[in-house]
Design a protein around this ligand. Structure first.
Ligand code: GRF
Length: 191
């Protein structure tokens, strides 16, 4: 079986690209990145999708009456593409009932901290401000909360003296681009 995966992103899409590249290289087995969904027009993730010849669909949630209608439109596209599994990668939005009722247990997210510490936006800056000496990356199942689902994988990133936001963000992204593809391969690539 080849799993058809949709990646959801809101911005740069560097994790999307790592997943697309490593799928193409066969490092994520039994899987095809079949679709990119964004909740913004014109974001850089869409350029990356063109580069990998992956179809993409952009939504503007405020053009819908409410979250339910927005997610129903997204769900329709996922069904058109026969999507089996959803990977959130920098998708800056809570997932609601419509998508969860179809994809709970088949939807994962990546977060740039060691959850349950530093949930929500700006986790990298929060860790630096707090002065913790270790932070990291977490991959977890998606539920209706903000970064609350059960944890699948974590990796530690050490915060050195004199670390800046830029150096830490770079270290975290490097770990993300390795850990996310590895985790997807473990989940979907086995027997
Ligand atoms: C990543 O740091 C991820 O952990 C967080 O949002 C960021 C997305 O970066 N959820 P990118 O768009 O994949 O470059």
């Amino acid at each position: 079986m080849v799993y058809k995966i949709a990646v959801f992103a809101s911005g740069s899409g560097s994790n999307f690209e790592a997943l697309a590249k490593q799928t193409k290289e066969g490092k994520i087995r039994n899987s095809e990145i079949a679709l990119l969904i964004t909740d913004k027009e014109g974001v850089y993730a869409l350029e990356r999708a063109k580069k990998y010849d992956i179809p993409s669909v952009s939504f503007t949630p405020k053009n819908f009456a409410d979250k339910k209608e927005y997610e129903e439109a997204v769900l329709k596209v996922l069904e058109e593409y026969n999507i089996d599994f959803v990977i959130l990668a920098g998708y800056m939005r809570l997932v609601g009932e419509v998508l969860l009722s179809r994809y709970e247990g088949k939807m994962i997210n990546i977060h740039p901290s060691l959850l349950p510490a530093f949930k929500g936006k700006d986790a990298i800056a929060m860790a630096l401000d707090y002065g913790v000496k270790y932070t990291g990356v977490t991959i977890h199942w998606v539920d209706s909360g903000m970064d609350t689902g059960k944890i699948i994988a974590q990796e530690i990133v050490k915060i050195e003296n004199g670390e800046t936001y830029e150096t830490l963000a770079q270290k975290i992204h490097k770990v993300e681009h390795k850990l996310y593809p590895q985790t997807v391969d473990k989940l979907l690539g086995g027997e």
